[in-house]
Design a protein around this ligand. Structure first.
Ligand code: SAM
Length: 240
């Protein structure tokens, strides 16, 4: 399994220090409450170090958090939360879930269209008949915004990081290049690549996977998403 966040996991909380996970979780709870019950079975894909999972699992008691990066999952201190290391394009469950979540641009880490289709086909297999799949996707305007604030530095537990953000317009690849320096002087580089698909792509690929879009909101709101918004929040169901 590709531990693609091996080193960034050491500084992730500091890197995300401006992200309000409580607010994010409230939004997802509000959104999901329109479709599913509180005692639903929940699966979170690409849960990272479980910042959202720790909040959401207080609301949904039947909760499984997964991520491809073991280092990220290991940063989660909660002993009671179920955590499984897996690739979201090869989901190792047979049981059905009523709510499947993939949050914070994690779908953008699938850098080719076939992988996105693979994810959706996997989700379809384990989504209960009335269940919903909530995922968000970063759009191009988000990358343009990051171009203006391309450099970020900080430190967490004496581990220093410098991040450079580059958006390659022609390939629509957004690269985050990290240099991480440990207290003993060890210096490592980790590069994260994300693909910024046009908004229409998600509608096309969802259609191919026998899922359909119930809603596509401008993230954190309940108004329809436009192609030039920062991030789209999808609510998806199975075609029965
Ligand atoms: C930007 S982080 C978001 C993490 C978390 N959702 C959050 O809100 O903080 C993206 C996450 O996607 C995970 N990821 C990338 N590709 C993946 C894959 N194929 N399967 C599962 N997780 C993946 C990374 O390991 C990372 O933890």
């Amino acid at each position: 399994m590709k531990d693609n966040y091996k080193y960034v996991s050491d500084v992730y909380n500091q890197l995300m220090n401006k992200v309000d996970y409580k607010f994010w979780a409230k939004y997802l709870i509000k959104l999901s409450s329109l479709y599913i019950k509180k005692n639903s079975k929940v699966l979170e894909l690409a849960a990272g170090n479980c910042s959202l999972a720790e909040i959401l699992s207080n609301h949904f008691s039947n909760y499984v958090a997964t991520d491809i990066s073991l280092s990220m999952l290991k940063k989660c201190k909660s002993k009671s939360l179920n955590k499984i290391c897996c690739d979201m394009t090869l989901i190792p469950f047979r049981a059905k879930f009523d709510l499947i979540i993939c949050a914070f641009d994690s779908i953008n880490y699938l850098t080719n269209k076939k992988l996105v289709l693979k994810l959706l086909l996997e989700v379809k297999e384990i989504l209960s008949d009335n269940g919903i799949f909530l995922f968000d996707a970063a759009l191009e305007r988000n990358s343009f915004k990051h171009e203006k604030f391309a450099v970020k530095s900080g430190q967490q537990n004496s581990v220093i990081f410098n991040r450079q953000s580059i958006y390659l317009h022609s390939s629509r690849i957004h690269k985050n290049i990290f240099e991480i320096i440990y207290p003993d002087g060890k210096k490592v580089r980790e590069v994260h690549r994300q693909k910024i698909y046009p908004l229409e792509f998600y509608f096309e690929v969802l259609d191919k996977s026998e899922l359909y879009v119930v809603e596509c909101f401008n993230a954190f709101t309940f108004r329809d998403c436009k192609p030039n918004d920062l991030r789209a929040q999808f609510v998806v169901k199975r075609k029965i």
